[in-house]
Design a protein. Structure first.
Length: 299
């Protein structure tokens, strides 16, 4: 039996919906159902009753569920014993200049025995180079350090501008950096991907007029909706959902950049970090809409 499929069986049993279970595990519905079907085929019995309301464990499924959980638990303990892993070998230290929570959730659901420790680093390249973290998600690498890092493409994004629909700029689909120099900006207090570099270019080296910094992305959007200023955010314009009262503009010329998962070439990864990197490589290949844009944080 393919033990990697057990989390999908357990999730389907818990949620009763292939859509919800697939969403929780960050897999496609078709893959989840195919994997559950392979378990049923191996045992030669159905484990679920398919109804209009969803998937309900039948008698055989209810009998198998505690065994599935036990098998998964034993697998995780067995893995640690076989590799003689110490506690430090079951931890991945990471930092990021982008949103990686979906990847972290997916990895933890697939590999619950490994702990993820997130570090806030003003200089992720330096933190990675000095061994403070095992992996880092970096938007751009400083000259001279690229030879030291192995990189895996995580996502591509661009800088977008958020304005109120009544703002004079809302009549356009794109805007130049020069035109933004006269605008008031709402921003987050922390440095987001390449944000300071972009603000510096908007302000011709001096920085733009920032009228407020706020705690969260939702707060940024609320301030823009209240006509207190405009905002920059990072995402993919084609995937930004429409929002009444707001208009998203691209920059002209556009500013694109790639987000990369990076780790050192000259230092071996511990087993936990190696598993995380391999998982991330597969997961990112299956998820093209990784980074939810700032606008999606607004309720």
């Amino acid at each position: 039996m393919e033990t990697n499929y057990l989390p999908e069986f357990i999730a389907l049993a818990e949620y009763g919906s292939s859509y919800v279970a697939a969403e929780k595990l960050f897999v496609s519905q078709s893959s989840l159902l195919r994997h559950v079907q392979s378990i049923e085929d191996e045992f030669g019995v159905p484990l679920f009753d398919r109804t209009r309301k969803g998937f309900i464990l039948n008698q055989q499924g209810q009998l198998f569920l505690p065994y599935a959980k036990q098998i998964l638990s034993l697998k995780n303990h067995c893995y640690g014993a076989l590799h003689h892993e110490e506690e430090s070998q079951r931890v991945v230290r990471l930092c990021a200049q982008c949103k990686i929570i979906s990847l972290m959730i997916a990895f933890r659901q697939a590999v619950p025995e490994i702990r993820l420790e997130f570090y806030k680093a003003d200089n992720p390249e330096g933190a990675l180079y000095e061994g403070q973290v095992d992996v880092a998600f970096i938007s751009s690498l400083k000259p001279g350090l690229t030879d030291n890092f192995q990189t895996i493409r995580y996502a591509s994004e661009e800088v977008l501008v958020l304005v109120h629909e009544d703002h004079p700029l809302a009549q356009f689909d794109s805007v130049t950096l020069e035109r933004l120099r006269e605008e008031d900006f709402i921003k987050l207090p922390e440095d987001v991907v390449n944000e300071e570099e972009i603000y510096s270019r908007i302000g011709n080296g001096a920085g733009p007029n920032v009228v407020a910094t706020v705690p969260t992305g939702s707060d940024v959007i609320r301030m823009v909706m209240a006509k207190q200023g405009v905002a920059l955010f990072h995402g993919q314009n084609s995937t930004v959902p429409p929002r009444s009262g707001l208009k998203v503009l691209t920059l002209d010329p556009p500013i694109h950049y790639e987000l990369n998962l990076c780790f050192r070439k000259d230092a071996p990864l511990n087993r936990a970090a190696e598993r995380f990197v391999n998982f991330a490589r597969r997961w990112t290949a299956e998820h093209q809409d990784i980074n939810r844009s700032l606008i999606e944080d607004f309720d």
